[in-house]
Design a protein. Sequence first.
Length: 236
Amino acid sequence: MKKPLLSLLFLAFCTTLFAQVSTQEKQALIDFYNATNGEQWNSTWELNQPVSEWQGVTLENDKVIGITLLFNNLEGTIPSSIENLTSLETLELSFNKISGELPTTMGNLSNLKVLAFNGNHLTGTIPSTIGNLTQLKQLHLSSNNITGNIPVTIKNLKALEIFNVFDNQLTGVLPTDLAQNNNLKELMVAENKFTNPEMFSMVLLSNSGALLDLTKEPTITSPANSIIAIETSDDE
C-alpha cells in the first residue's frame, strides 16, 4: 500500500514542479519576443528554457500574470496576440523603443491592473477598447507620440488611480468623467494640446479636493488627495 501512495505523491510533486503555461500563452509570449526584437534585448529570453525562467515574466497557477521589462531595449510593435495572455495583471514596458499603436486587442486583457509604456515611441491613438479594462488601476503612457482624443470609454475605468499621458500630442477635451473618478490619486496630462484644462480642473477640484498645478498659476486646496499637472495654453 505504501508504494502506490509514494508513487502518487511523487507524481503530484513532479506535476507541480514541471507545470508550465498553456501552449497558447507561450506562443503569445514568443510572438511578443519576436515582434520586439527579443534577440537584441539587454536581458533576453532563452526560449528553450521553461517560461518560469524567462526574465521579467511572473507566473501564478501556471498563468502569466506579469511582464516587467523596463530599460530592456525592446524595439518594435506589440502583437495583437497579446490578448491571449488572459490572466495578465501587469504589463510594464517603460523606457524602451516600442513603436506603432497599442493594439485594440489589448482591451481583452480584462484582468489588467497596471499598463505602463512611459518613454517609448508609441504613435496613433489610444484605442477605445481600453474602456474594457475595468480593473485597471494605473495607466502610464507619458513621453510618447500618441495623438487624437482621449476615448470616451475612459469613463468605464472606475478603479483607475493613476492616469499619466504627460508629454504626448493628444488633442480635444479632457473627459469630465475622468475628473469625477473618486479613486483617482494622480493625473498627469501636461505637455499636450487639450482645449479645456481650466474647466476640467474645476470639475476635478470640486470632486477630489486635489492639489492642482496649472504650470503658470498653481492653485492649492486642502486636503489634497491627488497631485495633478495640467498645462494652460500660452495666451492664457
